[in-house]
Design a protein around this ligand. Sequence first.
Ligand SMILES: Nc1nc2c(c(CN[C@H]3C=C[C@H](O)[C@@H]3O)cn2[C@@H]2O[C@H](COP(=O)(O)O)[C@@H](O)[C@H]2O)c(=O)[nH]1
Length: 366
Amino acid sequence: MSDDEADPELLALLRQHLLGKPTLNTEPETRVLEDAEYVCDNSIDVALDMRSCKNAAATIYAKMQEKEYSPSTWSQHELHPKAKDESTVAFIFTMDLLNFSFWSEKPDAERFAISYRDKRWTGYWSLVAALQRALDEGIPITDSHFWQDEEECTLDVLRQVFKSTTDEEIPLLEERLVCLREAGTVLYQKYECSPVNLIKAAKGSAARLVNLLADDFACFRDEHKFETRRKPIRILKRAQILVADVWAAFEGKGYGEFRDIDKITMFADYRVPQILNTMGCIAYSPPLDFTIRDKKEIRSGSSREIQMRACSIWCVELIRREIKKAHPEAEVNAILIDFFLYDTIKEIEAAGKESVPHHRTRSIWY
Ligand SMILES: Nc1nc2c(c(CN[C@H]3C=C[C@H](O)[C@@H]3O)cn2[C@@H]2O[C@H](COP(=O)(O)O)[C@@H](O)[C@H]2O)c(=O)[nH]1
């Protein structure tokens, strides 16, 4: 929130006490969905195809039912933490601080990979494996005191945490150390060094937790200028996926209990746009399509990149609405649709059946 904007919650309280007026709805909002719709309405390089979205909604719902997709699916993944306690909150906070930019242009055998539990992990899973391995080796990688200790938490120690089975290092290693340092400092200054206190400060609101992350931590503030619009477009991918991971890991209870969890949108990364494009739900202009197919980098913060990310968010929202229209009783939100789409494109990738590449943008945002 910029300095010249008063806190809406404070305004509501003043209005109630000074004017005796009924309080406005002071439930926090993230503005991500309205910004996504705005970009979509003003996009020329990305468009949604409603017929494909309707078909996708039916297919996605059927497969999610078949696979019994629910918040508990999260903990069933081999590497995800299972304990329903503070250690899992700390793990998820650390993980989603660093949950970005794993893609590589090297052949599969030469790309950055982590060896853990006799398996080779790449992409997002290389991050989870590296954190689990570090904890097994006694490195307190999920402890914010450690992140602040410049003697202990050095670039070389982080290099060891992400030691690859190949010659390729994890992308943006230095940026990852900056994220840890900054988060450690903010947690020390505002939350007594504990991510649990951050969750408590959200008072049961997923939207408020997203806003706290974006307001207090620069490395979660995934918002960008778009064309001539004065206010930045809020995408907040890692802030939102952090809230979603906590909700899923705790299955909507304890630390994962959020009364407004359905305000969380799809997470605008480089995988879900790929499967939405593969399914025909989002279409690209010829120049953008050629750029993606040629695996050329697209600048972080560029109009085309913002259009792809925001239109993907709006596309998943339309798919969610289609599913709810056809199945009012369905317990499906943007999070579960997103998780399902990510896991599906990873299965397609593992089977060597990708028909279009994911887009290449190097940044700390996703
Ligand atoms: N939209 C969305 N983006 C996701 C995930 C996940 C993993 N979530 C797990 C938790 C529950 C689910 O069931 C998943 O098993 C990672 N990513 C993002 O993708 C990129 C990594 O891609 P690759 O290098 O190919 O692994 C990177 O930006 C990363 O931040 C997701 O779920 N949704």
